[in-house]
Structures are given as structure tokens and as C-alpha cells.
Ligand binder design. Structure first.
Ligand SMILES: C[C@@]1(CC(=O)O)c2cc3[nH]c(cc4nc(cc5[nH]c(cc(n2)[C@H]1CCC(=O)O)[C@@](C)(CC(=O)O)[C@@H]5CCC(=O)O)C(CC(=O)O)=C4CCC(=O)O)c(CCC(=O)O)c3CC(=O)O
Ligand SMILES: NC(=O)C1=CN([C@@H]2O[C@H](COP(=O)(O)OP(=O)(O)OC[C@H]3O[C@@H](n4cnc5c(N)ncnc54)[C@H](O)[C@@H]3O)[C@@H](O)[C@H]2O)C=CC1
Length: 194
């Protein structure tokens, strides 16, 4: 049983903090920016990889702080990604952040995470997030590849057409639901049932 509650965050409305500037921090950063390029992010670390500096050059909403983490870094932040190579420090940051009711992801420490990153299938406006409840990120990655291939590219056109119809039917909620359900029924009709 997977008890995680999936949500889709508008990271451009939030201010995220990444603590650490190594390989794992780079992975988190690219996962965030691949989905939400307008994210507002501050990254703090005494050593920051060149690959992260290059990303910062192209992202004015990414601020690099080249120094040790300080508790004040948690101020005015919404989401915290902890990825230093000092496990005790990661735990201490998680504790400080939780005192402030912030949501925290601690790299490689699922029991310290308030949320996990998911594997993401993107086809235009369609987005699927995949979680294995932390059991196998590799399976999540493979499923992303399988689903990316299986989902037809022309869904984008259908999505736009349904959106137009949805706007056209605005007003009478019950009628809108009936019409949209009738129109999309063929998408879910079981094979063999006509
Ligand atoms: C719990 C979670 C917390 C979180 O990080 O948010 C977590 C934890 C851990 N990951 C570890 C390892 C790896 N992670 C990946 C890849 C991804 N990991 C992601 C998410 C998550 N990873 C969350 C659960 C997601 C779920 O519910 O399924 C993805 C989906 C999203 C993303 O990170 O962007 C992204 C795939 C993106 C894509 O390609 O689609 C690979 C494979 C690879 O890189 O090729 C490996 C190596 C192989 C392996 O171990 O499977 C380790 C052990 C580290 C060690 O051994 O020391 C831990 C710690 C532990 O499990 O204890
Ligand atoms: N690189 C990998 O593929 C894997 C890494 N891990 C674990 O993930 C963690 C991070 O790994 P990497 O990113 O590869 O390490 P890394 O050595 O590349 O980066 C660590 C980062 O933490 C920063 N840091 C250290 N003290 C800090 C402080 N006081 N304040 C702010 N930042 C500080 C460093 O400046 C550096 O940027 C480690 O615990 C590592 O054991 C686990 C599995 C795989």
C-alpha cells in the first residue's frame, strides 16, 4: 500500500532551498528545473560544482550562496532539499526545518523525507508522476520509459479540443459533466464490448 499523497506544485509560486552543491544537489536541481523552469531556488554550499554554476548562469531565479548552511537560510523558504555529504548535518537541518513546519526532502534518507521526487512522464500538457513508495527508483525510471513510448503524441490535440469544449459548456455544471463524459467514453470502453 502506497500512502503518499500526489500533488502537482507550482514551484514558480514558492521559494525552494537546496543545501549542498555536489552531484546529488545537481540531480535535484535538474529534476526541479526540467519540470518547473521558472522555479525560484536558493542553493547554499561551501563547494559548488561547475555544472551547477553553469545552470545558474542561465537561470536568474537561481541564487547560489557559496558558504556553509546557516539556520537563517530557512527563512522565507517553502520547500527544502537537503543534499550535503554530512549525514548528521542533513539530520540537523531536517529537524530545524520541521520546527518551522517546512517540507523537507533529505537525499538518500527516505525516513527523513516529508515528500519524494517522482519519475515524470511528460507529453505536452500531460504529466504523470510515478512513485514506487521508495521501493525501487529504478523501476520508476523504467516505467517512465515504457509509458512515454506507450502514450500517443496526438493526445495534445485531443486535450486542446476538450479544453475548448469545456470552456464552451461553462455554466451548467451537470450538463458539462454529462457531455464531456459521453464524448470521452470511447477512450475507456473495454475491448470486445464494442
Ligand atoms: C525515496 C526517494 C526519495 C527522493 O530522492 O525523493 C529516493 C531514494 C533513493 N534513491 C536511491 C538511488 C537511486 N535513485 C535513482 C533515481 C531516481 N530516484 C528518484 C526518487 C526517489 N529516490 C524517491 C522514491 C521514488 C519512488 O517512490 O519510486 C527518481 C524517481 C526521481 C528523482 O530523483 O528525480 C529518480 C528516477 C528519475 C527518472 O529517471 O525518471 C536511481 C536510478 C538512476 O539514477 O538511474 C538510483 C540508483 C539505483 C537504485 O537504488 O534504484 C537511493 C539509494 C542510494 C544509495 O544506494 O546510497 C535512495 C535512498 C533509499 O532508497 O534508501
Ligand atoms: N553521488 C552519488 O551518486 C550518491 C551519493 N550519496 C550520498 O548523497 C550525499 C551527497 O552526495 P554527493 O552530492 O555526491 O556529495 P558531494 O561530495 O558531491 O557534495 C556534497 C556537497 O555538500 C556540501 N556541504 C558540505 N558541508 C556543507 C554545509 N555545512 N553546508 C552546505 N553544504 C555543505 C559540499 O560543499 C558539497 O557541495 C552523500 O551523503 C552521499 O553519501 C548516496 C548515493 C549515491
Amino acid at each position: 500500500m502506497n500512502n503518499l499523497f500526489p500533488v502537482f506544485l507550482k514551484l514558480e509560486h514558492l521559494h525552494s532551498l537546496i543545501v549542498g552543491g555536489g552531484y546529488v544537489a545537481h540531480e535535484k536541481l535538474t529534476a526541479i528545473l526540467a519540470n518547473s523552469p521558472q522555479s525560484r531556488i536558493t542553493l547554499v554550499a561551501p563547494e559548488i560544482r561547475e555544472s551547477i554554476r553553469e545552470i545558474a548562469l542561465e537561470n536568474p531565479r537561481l541564487t547560489l550562496e557559496n558558504r556553509d548552511f546557516a539556520p537563517e537560510d530557512l527563512e522565507e523558504k517553502d520547500l527544502i532539499f537537503v543534499a550535503t555529504n554530512v549525514p548528521e548535518l542533513n539530520r540537523a537541518i531536517k529537524a530545524l526545518a520541521s520546527e518551522r513546519h517546512l517540507l523537507v526532502n533529505v537525499a538518500d534518507t527516505p525516513d527523513q523525507c516529508d515528500f519524494y521526487l517522482s519519475s515524470v512522464v511528460q507529453k505536452g500538457n500531460l504529466k504523470l508522476g510515478i512513485s514506487t513508495n521508495g521501493l525501487s527508483p529504478t523501476l520508476a525510471k523504467r516505467l517512465r520509459e515504457v509509458l512515454s513510448d506507450a502514450i500517443p503524441d496526438n493526445l495534445e490535440t485531443a486535450m486542446h479540443q476538450l479544453n475548448e469544449l469545456r470552456n464552451y459548456l461553462k455554466g451548467d455544471f451537470a450538463r458539462k459533466v454529462d457531455e464531456l463524459n459521453a464524448l470521452t467514453e470511447s477512450l475507456v470502453r473495454k475491448r470486445g464490448k464494442g
